[in-house]
Design a protein around this ligand. Sequence first.
Ligand code: SF4
Ligand code: SF4
Length: 174
Amino acid sequence: MADNFLQQVMEESGQPVNLCYQCRKCSAGCPMVDEFDFPPNMVMRMIQLGQRDELLKSRAIWMCVSCETCGSRCPNEIRIAPIMDSLRAQCINEGVTPADPVTVALHSSFINSIKTFGRIHEATMLMAYKWKSKNFTSDIDVGLKLFLKGKIPLMPKKSKNMAKIKEIFKEAGK
Ligand code: SF4
Ligand code: SF4
């Protein structure tokens, strides 16, 4: 079971998780580590040990901002950002309740905007995010200021190359 999970994460992420020997350089440099419930080095160990259920329910997988600091510090060139992507995809595909639904709402609103328009359309993305997160009142003052300055256009503009965007999503299996 441990081997299956390890194998799956290595295949999906393209990263040699099996090479991690717990030097902790990744965790020492991670700017988000205070927000993680398990630091990056522990995430690596849990994958090696097959602790799939704990990881898919963890906050760590949603708090990684893909800054790639860990990858640049790792003596084994393990990049943790794509590993987190694999864990997030498994969480969503298997219907696990995420530890941080608000972050997931932001992720999915962002991706849906790209899928629909080929780029971000802030107004519809924010409406979708507010609806999914049920967080209707926060940042209204900032949003209003941006809108009044013309920074949040009402009408979306689609990318000229939507065929390519569709192709990318198809390839990613979305
Ligand atoms: S990519 Fe993620 S895990 Fe790695 S240092 Fe950045 S935030 Fe931390
Ligand atoms: S820096 Fe690399 S080898 Fe060291 S703990 Fe992190 S992932 Fe493992």
